[in-house]
Design a protein around this ligand. Structure first.
Ligand code: FAD
Ligand code: UDP
Length: 374
């Protein structure tokens, strides 16, 4: 039996620890923060009692039925369809639209009453058909929806969120969002969508609740102290190598909390599309638990900025011209024996919770089959 070191008690680390523990291996998880669950950590707001997604809104959605069954084994999930509104200024007044772009957004924006087929033909005619192989976010948007919808709903928001010209961002970021010509205003397409009734942190705690797993909080990884037969590392990729080739770019978030009574915005997430509004969105957390009853309400205004040395990294930026540096770090990671790089930060990819769980399960299984991780 092996004893492994797992760096990070987020979803990636927790799934690996659990899979290995079930097979008889022991692990020590070292976690720099004072809590488990990484960026999907939830806790009750002390003022209002509302369950808060402390690092930003997290909705579980997946097309992977095994992953869905996996999370349901550790937490009770309540069915939930995520809906988002976005506010932009038009003709000097605020106007609110439903996101992602679908039939009602299109008709409201263009002042039309088109059918599904008409809207599809209309937007296809607006899209830039000369862009056949979009190389960046802006090209993808122009090829997808045309300049008016892009400039109203994506340009300003994306500049705020990523702090750079959308032409410097990969096209894949935009592909996260659906474009529909139907009345369906769900934010996600996946068949399985839900929220854990008691938040994500109890779910991760249940995964970690095994005699073969030890968790050390407030403990940054130190290779000289934390010794095992193998290391699974879920921290930032460049951080593992002490940034010796330079820093990969991450965005961090600042949250400005405010409380109120009753209901602030009727919806969990309101995006703010205009570049001159300094925050990207407001999350009203009580709408993630409509089955609970709270008099008060707590909202977070979300501000995005470049991640500094002492900040928590949230989003890998993956600038188009950062590819060479990333490739060098990936090559170094692949050439590091006894260490497997796992999760959103260590693989430097914008991946959702379900993908983290899928990849962690596959890595753990590979380790169990071969004695070493793939
Ligand atoms: P993390 O959760 O980042 O965990 C890594 C852990 O490692 C952290 O706890 C960190 O403290 C620890 N660590 C790092 N370095 C060290 C070190 N040197 N020593 C010790 N510990 C260390 N996904 C969805 O599916 N749906 C959503 O709606 C969604 N919304 C999101 C919203 C935001 C604002 C963000 C930022 C992400 C969102 N995600 C969402 C993605 C989701 O958060 C991630 O996919 C998932 O939580 C990543 O898990 P992880 O374990 O790989 O990384
Ligand atoms: N986006 C945008 N306007 C919106 C919503 C999203 O421009 O109203 C862009 C933005 O660049 C964002 C990306 O689409 O980073 C993906 O959106 P998603 O909702 O997946 O972002 P997340 O919730 O992961 O921050």
């Amino acid at each position: 039996m092996s004893h492994v070191i797992i760096v990070g008690a987020g979803l990636s680390g927790a799934v690996i620890a659990r899979e290995l523990a079930e097979a008889g291996h022991t692990s020590q998880i070292v976690e720099a923060r004072s809590h488990i669950a990484g960026n999907c950590h939830t806790e009750r707001d002390p003022e209002t009692g509302v369950m808060v997604h402390l690092y930003g809104p997290h909705i579980f959605h997946t097309g992977d039925t095994e992953v869905w069954d996996y999370v349901n084994a550790y937490a009770e999930f309540v069915p939930y369809r995520h809906r988002v509104l976005t506010k932009i200024k038009r003709g000097g007044a605020d106007e609110v639209f439903a996101m992602p772009i679908h039939l009602s957004t299109i008709n409201q924006f263009f002042g039309t009453h088109m059918s599904e087929a008409e809207a599809e033909a209309f937007v296809t005619a607006k899209a830039d058909s000369t862009i056949t192989d979009p190389q960046n976010f802006e090209e993808q948007a122009l090829a997808f929806i045309g300049v008016e919808l892009y400039e109203a709903f994506f340009k300003g928001y994306t500049i705020k969120q990523w702090g750079c010209d959308p032409r410097d961002l990969p096209a894949s970021i935009l592909k996260r969002l659906p474009l529909r010509f139907t009345d369906d205003d769900s934010y996600f397409n996946h068949p399985h969508q839900g929220l854990p009734r008691h938040g994500y942190t109890p779910m991760v705690a249940a995964m970690l609740d095994h005699p073969n797993i030890t968790v050390s909080l407030n403990t940054p990884y130190d290779a000289a102290t934390h010794k095992g037969d193998h290391v699974f590392y879920s921290g930032p990729l460049d951080g593992y190598f002490d940034h010796k080739l330079g820093r990969l770019g991450y965005r961090t978030l600042d949250f400005e909390k405010f409380t109120d009574t009753g209901n602030y915005q009727d919806i969990p997430v309101m995006n703010y599309g205009d570049a001159d509004v300094p925050f990207t969105r407001i999350t009203e957390h009580k709408h993630f638990a409509p089955w609970e009853d709270h008099e008060g309400t707590v909202c977070y205004r979300e501000f995005s900025r470049l991640c500094g040395v002492d900040d928590i990294p949230y989003y890998p930026i993956r600038l188009v011209d950062e590819k060479a540096l990333l490739t060098e770090y990936v090559t170094m990671a692949e050439a590091t024996p006894g260490v497997t790089f796992v999760g959103r930060l260590a693989t430097y990819r914008y991946i959702d919770m379900d993908v983290c769980i899928r990849e962690a399960l596959d890595l753990a299984r590979g380790f169990l089959e071969s004695g070493t991780a793939p």
